[in-house]
Design a protein around this ligand. Structure first.
Ligand code: CA
Length: 352
């Protein structure tokens, strides 16, 4: 995991990393119990956390240690990679694999733990608020508490027991997020049981591909459900260069319009705008896990320069050399400053 790399210590911008994960040790223990009991009936969970919790290979072992740290290890890693500030969120699937009562109390505990860390390191960390989608009626309450504690947004780790935020029963979460002007980071989780089969068979269920397919579909479901017509000021952030959706925009617009015109699906209603317009007006994108100049430039071109921001995906892809590569992108200093700093400051209303 260690590498020696020369990173410019005085760039013309602050480097803010926006999809950085942590896990309370208590939650990792609960995950291990869940994995060993096989009670969840979620092959994606068993694949993901069975690997990260039990593998003795160097990468998963280091990730276990770094996930649980909100002090010296994390800050030393940030310093070594030239990262000034992390926006930290509860790692996937967060509280979303538990029952309602456990999820509500674990969300509060993890928010308290993250808040304590932010209090210890106010210039280095900000946080996203974990809520329990299992209790959408209580989301506003925890969100209000989080706003008072200084949190900058909400983390949602994709589906909850196979259900998606496009389902209106979850819309009290959107209502609260819009009312408090808190963006929702729609982070991946492994595909649910009824989707994962052929991916798992080929080892493609995780971050290599399955996460992106599932999360991209989740965002599309939210768009086509009409949620942004109902909540026009709702802001959603997706990582991994938009989970491939920017590349799909032309066909999404064409086929959505064609499907609506033909009345092909009862569930597919007309929307006020094109699919691509919601992507440009309600969505922000981070490059987590994709330190790749052509993809970043494409997204800046088709989604907008004021909507694309930096993320490292610490500790899962802790690769200090990517910072040197991104510093060297063939891009104006002004645009690089937006990418690393300006967009994140705006989206999360950062003051430090
Ligand atoms: Ca991540």
């Amino acid at each position: 995991m260690t590498e020696t790399v020369q990173i410019n210590p005085t760039p013309a911008y602050r480097r803010i990393a926006t999809e950085e994960a942590f896990a309370p040790p208590q939650m990792l223990k609960m995950y291990l119990d869940l994995y060993e009991s096989r009670k969840l009936d979620d092959p994606g969970f068993d694949s993901l956390w069975g690997f990260y919790l039990t593998s003795m290979a160097p990468r998963p072992a280091a990730i276990r240690e770094k996930l649980a740290d909100l002090d010296a290890i994390r800050i030393a890693d940030m310093d070594a990679a030239g990262i000034d500030h992390q926006i930290i969120s509860l790692t996937s699937p967060g509280v979303q694999v538990f029952d309602r009562e456990t999820a509500v109390s674990l969300a509060q505990d993890s928010n308290d733990m993250l808040h304590d860390a932010i209090t210890r390191h106010p210039t280095r960390f900000s946080g996203l608020c974990a809520i329990a989608p299992q209790a959408p009626d209580l989301a506003a309450q925890e969100l209000e508490r989080c706003v008072k504690l200084g949190f900058k947004g909400i983390i949602n780790n994709s589906h909850t027991h196979g259900e998606y935020l496009s389902d209106k029963k979850f819309w009290p979460i959107f209502e609260a997020a819009e009312a408090m002007d808190m963006p929702i980071y729609l982070h991946p989780y492994t595909p649910p049981k009824n989707m994962i089969g052929p991916m798992l068979e080929a080892g493609l269920d995780g971050a290599i591909f399955g996460f992106g397919v599932e999360t991209g579909m989740h965002l599309l479901r939210i768009i086509t459900s009409g949620a942004f017509d109902r909540f026009p000021k709702l802001r959603i952030i997706v990582g991994h260069m938009g989970e491939a959706l920017p590349y799909w925009m032309y066909r999404l617009d064409y086929m959505h319009a064609a499907g609506v015109r033909a009345g092909r699906y009862e569930c597919m209603k007309p929307l006020q705008k094109k699919v691509s317009e919601y992507l440009r007006e309600n969505v922000y994108i981070t490059n987590s896990g994709m330190a790749w100049e052509p993809a970043i430039k494409f997204a800046q071109q088709v989604i907008g320069e004021d909507r694309i921001m930096y993320a490292m995906d610490y500790p899962y892809q802790y690769t200090p050399s990517e910072v040197a590569d991104l510093d060297n992108m063939d891009m104006s200093d002004e645009l690089k400053r937006k990418f690393y700093q300006g967009v994140a400051e705006h989206v999360f209303k950062l003051t430090v």
